[in-house]
Design a protein around this ligand. Structure first.
Ligand code: SAM
Length: 323
């Protein structure tokens, strides 16, 4: 749910759409920009930064011309916040091998990122979206990205799907509705000002509702028989929606019986410095390790929206079919 045209954006991020071009060709269209080596050097238009964490992702000054370029209009590049690129990169599906579900897909940023990573492998992505309006947006976005050969879009509630109907699926992204508190200019600034008790109570109630839904939808994803990895993400800064949901899942006997664990830092953007909050895993013996397995971003400070992502994985021996 990213605001791509927010004036407050410290950096505008875009990635190469591998379905239509490659990074070398795309960069030729931006050869008038001077390459810089760090985010800090994006002080004014005229420069471009090649990200060190997400392959084929670039940062430019928000005032740089982008939406008026042919590359944007013709879908050779896709504007997407850096942190929002974390989930597909963490899942890192293998072309001609993996088949994946994007459980909460519209407007389709992560779906088209998956398609780019899967190099458009035929029918390799199933995307679910339940909202009547947003389903139109994702259709348009996937078409513009040239991804309709590999993406099958279902206008449906993911929680009503039957896991046994999808034995071929090996990986999943679950990026459900959240408070959006990591998106600056919106809820985040409001949260900062919350001081009175009534507002605090209201927020707690809202977070409880959201986190129950998030728990339910991820639990459903974890019950698909062939799935080896599920990446859970939010654009929330609240522990309740992030580590809190992960902790509840780890404590769930069904999830334990299915053999799921949180992936280690080594498999989750290991060089990204900002990790999860250990205290939110209080009561679990390996809380430090679990937190290390999660990634977080702080709004603006980390060059974009506030975000959380973590990966669940299980071994070949448990439940599912082999990848
Ligand atoms: N992943 C998207 C992207 O990167 O472009 C953003 C997803 S947004 C945070 C959450 C989406 O999930 C919303 O469009 C919402 O309508 C959809 N959604 C919520 N509950 C759902 C459900 N049970 N089944 C399918 N979609 C759902």
């Amino acid at each position: 749910d990213e605001l791509i045209e927010d004036d407050d954006t410290p950096v505008r991020w875009f990635r190469t759409n591998m379905l239509k071009t490659n990074t070398e060709s795309l960069l030729r269209e931006f050869s008038h920009l001077k390459k810089v080596d760090s985010l800090k050097e994006i002080m004014s238009p005229g420069v471009i930064y090649h990200d060190e964490y997400i392959p084929n992702l670039f940062g430019i000054h928000p005032k740089e011309k982008l939406t008026s370029t042919d590359a944007y209009k013709q879908g050779r590049l896709i504007i997407q916040d850096r942190a929002s690129c974390f989930p597909a990169q963490i899942l890192n599906p293998v072309p001609d091998k993996d088949k994946v579900i994007d459980a909460c897909a519209a407007p389709g940023n992560k779906t088209t990122h998956l398609a780019s990573l899967l190099r458009n492998s035929k029918r390799s992505i199933v995307a679910f979206e339940k909202d009547n309006k947003r389903i139109k947006t994702i259709r348009m976005m996937c078409e513009k990205a040239g991804g309709l050969d590999c993406i099958t879009i279902h206008h449906a509630d993911f929680t009503t799907t039957r896991p046994a109907d999808f034995p071929e699926i090996t990986g999943m992204l679950v990026d459900p509705s959240c408070s959006g508190s990591g998106i600056f200019g919106r809820a985040f600034d409001e949260q900062e000002e919350i001081s009175d008790e009534e507002a605090k109570e209201k927020l707690a109630e809202r977070l409880l509702k959201l986190s129950s839904f998030q728990y339910k939808i991820v639990k459903h994803a974890l019950s698909f028989p062939g799935v080896r990895q599920v990446v859970y993400s939010t654009c929330s800064i609240h522990d309740e929606e992030n580590e809190g949901v992960v902790k509840k899942l780890l404590e769930d006997p069904d999830v334990q019986q299915q053999g799921w664990k949180v992936s280690n830092r080594a498999d989750v953007l290991p060089t990204w410095p900002r990790r999860g909050h250990p205290d939110a895993f209080e009561g679990l013996s390996n809380k430090e390790e679990l937190a290390e397995g999660c990634v977080r971003t702080i709004p603006k400070v980390d060059g974009g929206i506030g975000f959380f992502a973590c990966s669940f994985e299980r071994d070949q021996g448990n439940q599912g079919v082999s990848k």
